[in-house]
Design a binder for this molecule. Structure first.
Ligand code: FES
Length: 171
């Protein structure tokens, strides 16, 4: 049986102090986990942060509109003629080479919102025309007539394989 002297010994007090500190640290860490987890995006958000696009379903010359994070994204399968037409075009409002806007020449991927006030442009053979104030974009999504101040935005996207892209960044 421990004597009163043993109970008051410095070794015992050190030991109890360390145990108390360790238990407290574990408690604080445990309390932080739900708090830190709450800062992660919800499953609902992460599931919509990317969109998979089956390119095989888009015939040459056609554009499919997919939804990504609540926005329309135009995925266009460009013909050889369109690809050639876009090479030497220079645009004055927001100059950018076609090559800087694509990953593979036959695929153009742009956010389908006019950079003026956010209307959804309509597709035609030359590119897109905005129904709100008449901005025109070419088949590279570059603005060729305002009032839009800049080209259609190219979102982050990656080729998963030859016939599939994933739009957006994985969270
Ligand atoms: S919103 Fe497209 S031109 Fe104004």
């Amino acid at each position: 049986m421990a004597s009163d002297k043993d109970l008051d010994s410095p070794d015992r007090r050190d030991f109890l102090g360390k145990v108390t500190t360790a238990v407290g640290a574990v408690g604080v860490a445990g309390a932080c986990v739900p708090f830190i987890s709450s800062m992660n995006p919800s499953k609902d958000v992460t599931s919509k942060s990317t969109s998979l696009v089956d390119l095989a379903s888009i015939p040459k010359g056609k554009t499919h509109t997919i939804e990504w994070q609540g926005k329309p994204v135009f995925v266009t399968h460009r013909s050889d003629e369109t690809i050639a037409d876009m090479q030497d075009v220079s645009t004055e409002i927001d100059p950018q080479a076609d090559a800087d806007r694509i990953q593979k020449p036959e695929w153009l991927v742009v956010v389908g919102l006019c950079t003026h006030l956010g209307c959804v442009p309509n597709r035609n053979e030359e590119g897109w025309i905005c129904p709100c104030h008449g901005s025109i974009y070419d088949n590279s999504g570059r603005v060729v007539r305002g009032p839009a101040p800049s080209n259609l935005i190219v979102p982050h996207y990656e080729f998963v394989d030859e016939k599939t892209i994933i739009v957006g960044k994985k969270v």
